[in-house]
Design a protein around this ligand. Structure first.
Ligand code: ADP
Ligand code: MG
Length: 262
């Protein structure tokens, strides 16, 4: 049984160890081991169906898993030791843990009937019980950071895809997450708006945010990621510095995948 404290002493922010996930009879994650240190950006690449989204969803506890564990800041996510046995965390504490992890999706998932500012203020007002003025000031600060200060009163449908995704990123930041997960954040965008979203992500990475980024944008991970993991059929088949993984891949499967993207 996995211990409640993460293994190892270096204390990375995120530790994934022996993670296994099945959907029915389909084994989707076959023992994932991964560490992400504070301030690090990890790029995750790999063919469609290899388990990238499922890995992110397990880290964010959007789905349960069958084996192994996920530790954030040394704490086992979603479970606790009680009288020597692992048990599920009560819902409220699970929700609190989940807030430490922000997620940005391919399809922005904005609230269409709220303004941009409303999208940013909704969750923090419910959760943090901060004053409206304080929440709003923080939201406007974040909108400035993603270059959308002048769009606070617009509705999502009035914005381009790239602008909507920048709102979604700002919204994730309102909860002051320790870790930010991105699941193909630019895959649904018109090509001309991809760059502005990647620029915001690059800026975040440079500012010391800890990020796991699933993407097909090889140029982005080459430039912005500290390390890249390659997933294939539920496993991480390769993990290393961008130049190592992209220029001298050790696996034929990695080479094949990169050739297909080129
Ligand atoms: P990727 O993000 O790398 O494309 P996914 O994590 O979405 O891969 O999917 C990995 C595998 O798990 C695929 O074979 C997919 O069909 C399967 N899968 C994902 N989500 C579900 C689900 N909710 N129910 C059943 N199978 C799923
Ligand atoms: Mg996916």
């Amino acid at each position: 049984m996995a211990p409640e404290k993460s293994p190892g002493t270096a204390e990375p922010l995120l530790v994934v160890a022996g993670l296994e996930k099945r959907f029915g009879h389909t084994q989707v994650l076959r023992g994932i081991d991964l560490e992400v240190h504070r301030g690090e950006t990890l790029g995750v690449i790999g063919p469609s169906g290899s388990g990238k989204s499922t890995l992110l969803r397990c880290v964010n506890r959007l789905v349960d898993y069958e084996g192994g564990g996920v530790w954030l800041d040394g704490r086992l996510l979603g479970q606790e030791l009680h009288r020597g046995r692992r048990r599920k965390l009560p819902h409220r504490r699970l929700a609190a843990q989940r807030r430490a992890v922000g997620m940005v999706f391919q399809h922005f998932h904005l609230f269409e009937n709220h303004t941009v500012l409303g999208n940013l203020c909704l969750a923090p007002q419910l959760v943090h019980k901060r004053s409206r003025a304080e929440t709003e000031a923080h939201a406007r600060e974040l909108l400035t950071r993603v270059g959308l200060a002048d769009k606070a009163d617009r509705y999502p449908s009035q914005l381009s895809g790239g602008q909507q995704q920048r709102v979604a990123i700002a919204r994730a930041l309102t909860m002051r997450p320790d870790l930010l997960l991105f699941d193909e954040p630019t895959s649904a965008l018109d090509p001309e708006t991809v760059g502005e979203v990647l620029a915001v992500m690059r800026d975040l990475a440079d500012s010391g945010m800890t990020m796991v980024v699933v993407t097909h944008e090889i140029g982005f991970v080459r430039e912005a990621a500290d390390r890249i993991a390659v997933m294939d059929d539920g496993r991480i088949i390769e993990l290393g510095a961008p130049s190592q993984v992209l220029d001298t891949p050790a696996h034929e499967r990695t080479r094949r995948f990169l050739r297909r993207l080129a």
